[in-house]
Structure formats: C-alpha cells, structure tokens
Write a protein that binds this ligand. Sequence first.
Ligand SMILES: Nc1ncnc2c1ncn2[C@@H]1O[C@H](COP(=O)(O)OP(=O)(O)O)[C@@H](O)[C@H]1O
Ligand SMILES: [Mg+2]
Length: 274
Amino acid sequence: MSPNQPGQMPKMPIPGVKYLIAVGSGKGGVGKTTVAVNLAVGLASLGYKSGLMDADVYGPNVPLMMGVNSTPMAYGDRIQPLQQFGVKLMSMGFLNPGDKPLVWRGPMLHSVIQQFLRGVDWGELDYLVIDLPPGTGDVQLSLIQTAPISGAIVVTTPSDVSLEDARKAVHMFHQVRVPILGIVENMSFLECPHCHQRIDVFSYGGGRRTANEMQVHFLAELPLDPQVRLGGDTGKPVVLRKGEGEPFLELARRTMERAAEAAKEQAPPIEITD
Ligand SMILES: Nc1ncnc2c1ncn2[C@@H]1O[C@H](COP(=O)(O)OP(=O)(O)O)[C@@H](O)[C@H]1O
Ligand SMILES: [Mg+2]
C-alpha cells in the first residue's frame, strides 16, 4: 500500500531525519506536550540524536517545558535550532516570545509549518518528535499530509471525554494513512504519597481498552505525578529524574520499537531482478 493517497501531495523526506514521530491528541490539557518533551529528552538520554518541533503555533509550551528562552539564529536561509538536554528544538515561542497571541489563518500556518520542517537545519537526527496542536484541524492536516510521518502517538487521559476525542484522533491518522505507533494513557492513576494507595482520579484503563477496540497498540500508562507537572513548569523534564522518570524512559523505548516495526510494515516490497 502506498503511504500517499491518490491526489495527495508527495511526502518529501527530510534529509538526515530517520524517524518523524507526531504526538497528537483530540483534546488539549491531556499531556501531549509533556509526552512530546519527555519522549524527545528520553530518546536523547538513551543516546539517540533527537529533535523536537513544536507545531502548536498558537500555544507553544515547548520553550517553558524545556527551560529555553532565546532566539534562534539564521544562517543564509536556514534557521539554526536551539539545543537543550541534547535535543534540537524549534518553536514559535522562540520567535514570538511573551503573551501576545498570533492571529494567523490557514495559508500562513501552512507555510510556518513547512518552514519549521524544512527551513530548520535539523542536521542528522534519529528521531524528530513533533508536538501537534490539540484536535484534528488545519495545522494537523497540513502537516500530516506533507510530512513523511513515520508514526503517530495519541495521548489521552482515561476519562470518557478525553477518550472520545482520542478516538477521533486515531481516525484522523487512519484516514490520512499515518501509521499509529500507539495510544498513551496519561494521568492514568495517582499513588497517594502518604498511604501509597492508588487513586484513579480520571478513571483507569480506558486507554488500553480503546487501543484494543481500535486495534492499535497500547504504548504506556503514565502516572499522575506532581513531579511531572513540576518538571514541566520549571523546564526540567521529569524523564531526567531517577525513579519518577522511568515510565517516560520506558515509553521512549517502546516508541523506538514501534517506529521500527511501522517502518517495516510500510516498506515497499523489494523488487527482485536478475
Ligand atoms: N502525568 C502527569 N502528572 C502531573 N501533571 C501532568 C501530567 N501530564 C501533564 N501534566 C501537567 O498538565 C498540564 C497540561 O499538560 P500539557 O502537556 O501542557 O498538555 P497538552 O499539551 O495536551 O495541552 C501541564 O501543567 C503539565 O505539567
Ligand atoms: Mg500542548
């Protein structure tokens, strides 16, 4: 099966980038940026060349969560990505710092996304993680239809409202023929720091159940943990912490496995000539 639908724009590879991994969700606030940031940093800490592109141009949170606040330089027509914790970074937040929102419409958004993908000097990368904006709208489609995405991760909480939107995100990726690496259940449970009992704040298990129903993989359940929030707010991703970071490292390992599997499934049949 061709990864491109008939009539669709060809998905030009990004030279030097082996795997392009999109992190999406149907809803905001479910931990998509948290997953994208910790995944990119986790991959770097496992020894891989990793990058993180913040495609949430209206609500770029990558600068804060990575603790970076400077302006990228441009040499010629190439923008140099910033770097933190071994991860190359690009975000609208670096170009439009402060609280003033951007007011852009479709074509402008499309060109910014293309600029981020192809006008940034990503160099050689094993993994480029893309933090998508929430939902299934213009930016997502523009990116998904033009970028050679190796696979997508859908983040959800176990609550029914979040799961409902996660199913839409899975359908969107299916429709545009982007392989789904799997579903991540974030804020899966809380372990009481006093009595160590588990509390299912947003319910539990819906991510795995939905993955089974939709016949996609289930990647990880990530606990609701104040250290995760703190890591985000202070720009020190929790994956760098011993103990609390382990579920995110495990997610990074699973993602690598799934990306390799998805690449094999997508690979065109080898032509045998004599
Ligand atoms: N597992 C978690 N435990 C605790 N806080 C979390 C967790 N995941 C995300 N958060 C916090 O929830 C808020 C929303 O997460 P964020 O990653 O910005 O969501 P999204 O990108 O989907 O809008 C942030 O303050 C983040 O630090
Ligand atoms: Mg976000």
